[in-house]
Design a protein around this ligand. Sequence first.
Ligand code: UVW
Length: 317
Amino acid sequence: MADAPDLTELLADAPTNWGRWGPDDEVGALNFLTSQEVLRGARSIRDGEVHTLQRLIGDPNGDPVWPSREPAVREVVFDESTWDSDDAPQFPGGLHYADDKLVAFLQGSTQYDALGHVWYGGQIYNGYDARTTVGKLEKASVEPIGQRGVVGRGILLDLARHWGVEAVEAGRTFDHTDLEECAEAQGLTIEPHDILVLRTNHLKLFFEQGDAFYDDFCEPGLQYSPELVQWFKDKEIPNLVTDTIANEVTSDPDTGVALTLHNALMRNLGVVFTEICDLESLAEAAAADGRYDFFYVAAPLKIHGASGSPVNPVAIR
Ligand code: UVW
């Protein structure tokens, strides 16, 4: 949009957590997830029920992705039809095996974003120079996130169910007051250091609409405001997890700016983003017994210098 403000102006007075964990920090608000927080999360386990939160890669019905990306492609390298070819290697004893490779955007399915994934004004998280992203992320890549893992108390805020809709519609915006209201309606308090898991079920529309889903693409999501950013800072939220492609309203209806919260939360506060989750089985279980907290465990892959990583987070109730 031609007259959308520059992020440098829009976020000129926005808070940051730069330097809070030292000049070399690369994992930001995940520093809040201390061993005490791991134990607090573990106390949410009541019956040992496990829910995995990754969307299927290679779903025959399609893989929802950000418009500049393509779904992952799994290619067969070896199967029973390939072993007779002259190029196939031969192993003593007649060994055959199946081998695949995956050609995939690292953010092309359920994923962790590295803190160096987005920026403006020539600086990424913690004030590192954006030129450190050239060729690979020298700083704030996904590697240190994979190294430490993400473990704590997760809470599901089931916005779709709270609002009485099957799937939250394109472009609907919400803020921290909506999150607080939803939590209250669910009988839950949002506590400092909680891993926020927001359900919209918006991607149901992708599976219903097919390619038309991308016409006038604008996902529902949190909308930037100084108050919302301050709320995340005060609550010391380490990780924002959603079932949408971008975790926020993709284009701000007031300013026209794209992905403002990627910058205000991820770049500035070090809040780590997890996107494109499948929260359906967790949501069903939570609605059935009214328990919306759980032990959250995620280990993104340790990929050297990468801007993100596929992941299969686990919620244990
Ligand atoms: C972009 O930032 C473009 O994408 P994602 O929603 O994967 O973070």
